[in-house]
Design a protein around this ligand. Structure first.
Ligand code: ZN
Length: 135
């Protein structure tokens, strides 16, 4: 069976680069903390997101959910992996973990820093143990 192009190190690197590019568009006048995300669907398409802040703080949205909701709005429901790029390779917040969990706890989460260096690859079920869901 031929190796899928999205699998392995090359696929991860591609996803991280898309997340880095999206991160450049983050709108963060308040925190100055840029986040970029790139989510790959099982259809092989990549949806990106950047965090968008607002003067009314709670109105803003994380990069991961921008990418996820964009993908869902396009009709996607199944995902393989998400790359998240921050200055320091931080993991998604709890709200984003919950939002992603809705579509499968087996999602691969790739955490990278602003240089694109991958610090960790972990599945969502490890990031969100005892997840609340329809089951
Ligand atoms: Zn978040």
């Amino acid at each position: 069976m031929p190796k899928k192009p999205e699998a392995g190190a090359e696929g991860r690197k591609e996803l991280v680069e898309k997340a880095r590019a999206a991160r450049a568009n983050a709108y963060v006048p308040y925190s100055r903390y840029r986040v970029g995300a790139a989510l790959r669907s099982t259809e092989g398409l990549i949806y990106t997101g950047a965090n968008v802040e607002n003067a009314s703080y709670p109105v803003g949205l994380c990069a991961e959910r921008v990418a996820l909701f964009s993908a869902v709005a396009a009709g996607e429901r199944k995902f393989l992996s998400i790359a998240v790029v921050t200055a320091d390779g931080a993991a998604p917040c709890g709200a984003c973990r919950q939002a992603l969990a809705e579509f499968g706890l087996g999602l691969e989460v790739i955490l990278a820093d602003e240089k694109g260096s991958i610090g960790r690859v972990i599945t969502l079920d490890k990031l969100l143990p005892m997840a609340f869901g329809e089951k």
